[in-house]
Design a protein around this ligand. Structure first.
Ligand SMILES: C[S@@+](CC[C@H](N)C(=O)[O-])C[C@H]1O[C@@H](n2cnc3c(N)ncnc32)[C@H](O)[C@@H]1O
Length: 301
């Protein structure tokens, strides 16, 4: 079965395989196994002697990946875990060092497309946004409990929403009437705060795009988790091992860029992508999600 038959196309598939240059017998960590698209490609390349370790915080995606990865020639170990915990997962599997780490950040199409997960401003649903159901706080907890300043900071720091202060003020006014519990209500509060018409064709992006991104990042602690993975990676990689990260917005791409550059300067990594690798015209046409993807790869020296 191909991952496409389950509705998912991995981004930059050719570039990921070429730059990570996975070889038979290697040990590969797919830190965001998702729907198994990249993992399947990498698993095919490592052959019967290889080990593929896949992590995801979302048990529903992990179950889909398990199906997609059935029949791979290599040993497959899937774990419901946060990629901030890769060292612990490796320890449990008695694996000391690995050849490849891949992280394809953000949410999957399945998460976005399921209104009850609360990720999308385009569909009415509960304001949840947790990728991992074990997390205690939902997006509704943040917008209803945090101070105006805290909300404004989240919007600006995570997604560079310049209207963050106005949006935060309007959220705090609105919640005095009743708790904000749905995606639709939050989206209309944001549009109202920005004086924007969500139906307008003048702007290509919905006015709530950055607010939803920023809250999702806060709920799932995406920046802290990314930093934890990047900090642990050099210890986990064998000499010559490769790490690839696909980012979808400038805040996370900058974190990856800075991390690789600093470790390159310290002699720990050699950067294999001087500029981030982006999708070609054909892929951008076929897979809109690829339009904002940026892949950076480094090799441990
Ligand atoms: C873009 S999708 C990955 C798609 C995958 N590369 C494929 O080809 O099917 C991102 C996945 O990463 C998972 N994820 C996000 N943050 C995570 C984290 N900190 N630890 C583990 N998984 C995470 C999400 O639940 C989602 O399934």
């Amino acid at each position: 079965m191909s991952s496409d038959s389950l509705g998912h196309t991995p981004v930059l598939p050719r570039e990921v395989c070429e730059l990570l240059s996975v070889r038979p017998g290697e040990t590969v960590v797919d830190a965001t196994v998702g729907l198994g698209g990249h993992a399947r490609l990498l698993g095919e390349s490592i052959g019967a002697e290889g080990l593929l370790i896949g992590l995801d915080v979302d048990p529903a995606n992990l179950a889909r990946a398990r199906e997609v990865l059935t029949g791979l020639p290599c040993r497959v170990e899937l774990s419901h875990a946060n990629f901030a915990e890769v060292p612990e997962v490796l320890q449990q599997l008695s694996v000391e060092r690995v050849d490849v780490i891949l992280a394809d950040l953000g949410v999957s199409s399945t998460q976005l497309d399921e209104p009850e997960r609360g990720f999308s401003f385009q569909a009415e649903g509960p304001l949840d946004m947790r990728m991992d159901p074990r997390l205690k706080l939902k997006a509704s907890d943040l917008v209803n409990r945090l101070s105006e300043k805290e909300i404004g900071d989240i919007l600006y720091n995570n997604a560079q929403e310049f209207g963050g202060r106005r949006i935060a003020r309007r959220i705090c006014e609105a919640r005095r009437g009743s708790r904000i519990t749905t995606t639709g209500r939050l989206a209309s509060i944001v549009a109202d705060a920005l004086g924007a018409d969500p139906e307008s064709r003048a702007s290509k992006t919905h006015p709530a795009t950055r607010t939803f991104l920023a809250l999702r990042m806060a709920v799932n602690q995406e920046i802290a988790n990314l930093e934890a993975l990047l900090n642990a990676a050099p210890e986990m990689l064998k000499p010559g091992g490769r790490i690839g990260v696909i980012a979808f917005h400038s805040v996370e791409d900058k974190i990856v860029k800075t991390d690789f550059r600093d470790r390159h300067n310290a002699g720990v990594y050699r950067i294999l992508t001087k500029k981030p690798v982006v999708a070609g015209e054909e892929e951008r046409e076929a897979n809109p999600r690829s339009r904002s993807a940026k892949l950076r790869v480094a090799m441990k020296t």
